[in-house]
Design a protein around this ligand. Structure first.
Ligand code: ADP
Ligand code: 5GP
Length: 236
């Protein structure tokens, strides 16, 4: 049976890595794609665990050889998903989660329209700035220029939310993790007829996932869009 491809995108600092890490211990049978990047390791990151860290020259060689499913330049560095990662997971029937930016997500959707895409939003620019500063402080240095650049990019990325199947707002961490797990379970049920548990549990998961579908999220995301100054005209 073919595996399911999940894509998650979010502005930097929204809490995507935190949520994905928690998901690892909660959901069985979901692989996490390790991207290639030309940026340097941050904090406690380890080569080939968070990313395959490489040079610009090697990355460009991989582009020339057609080794990427998608790639993009984000904040001055290349990031890309190797075709081999996808082929290996899906050939073995394993579900795969790609953590990629909005440009990469658009490229993957064109090639694989059946992919399930999830957009994670921070609750507001103030909360995002706070999380970015906290993370930078924990990693050793707060550079306001970098934080400002990430906040400006967040607004542009949020404008693309309509391209995603599901929308999450990472306000309360446990809730966002539960919603993410429910989406995976619901999509497995929908496509494979398999998933977590029996009836009441199943119904609950399906309800949680359904509430996160983009078309059902308007009320929840309206204040977030307003806080970021994204109007519905731009987003539609
Ligand atoms: P991303 O991977 O999206 O760039 P991170 O997962 O590194 O973001 O999270 C950015 C910062 O915000 C981290 O310091 C993390 O601990 C914190 N964080 C993540 N989610 C929440 C949340 N729901 N509430 C409070 N802090 C959070
Ligand atoms: P960070 O440097 O904070 O880990 O990631 C910066 C941005 O790059 C995030 O939006 C993240 O989703 C994105 N990213 C990480 N890996 C890939 C990838 O393989 N392809 C694309 N297009 N974006 C990626």
């Amino acid at each position: 049976m073919a595996g399911i491809l999940f894509i998650i995108s979010a502005p930097s600092g929204s809490g995507k890595s935190t949520i994905v890490n928690q998901l690892r211990s909660l959901v069985a049978g979901l692989e996490f794609s390790i991207s290639w990047t030309t940026r340097s390791p941050r904090g406690s990151e380890v080569d080939s665990r968070e990313y395959h860290f490489t040079t610009r020259e090697h990355f460009e060689e991989m582009i020339r050889c057609g080794e990427f499913l998608e790639y993009a330049e984000v904040f001055g560095n290349y990031y890309g998903t190797a075709k081999a990662t996808l082929h290996e997971a899906l050939a073995h029937g394993r579900d795969l989660l790609l953590d990629i930016d909005v440009q990469g997500a658009a490229q993957v959707r064109k090639i694989m329209p059946e992919a399930v895409s999830i957009f994670l939003m921070p609750p507001s620019p103030d909360v995002l700035a706070y999380r970015l500063r906290n993370r930078s402080r924990a990693e050793g240095s707060v550079q306001e220029v970098i934080i400002g650049r990430r906040l400006a990019k967040a607004r542009q990325e949020i404008e693309n939310y309509r391209e995603y199947d599901y929308i999450l707002v990472n306000d309360i961490l446990d809730r966002a993790v539960e919603e993410m797990a429910a989406i995976v379970a619901a999509e497995r049920l929908r496509r494979n007829g398999s998933g977590n548990g029996n009836s009441p549990d199943r119904e609950r998961l399906l309800d949680i996932a359904d509430a996160c579908r983009q078309e059902n999220s308007e009320a929840r995301i309206r204040p977030v869009l307003a806080a970021f100054g994204v109007t519905d005209d731009v987003a539609s």
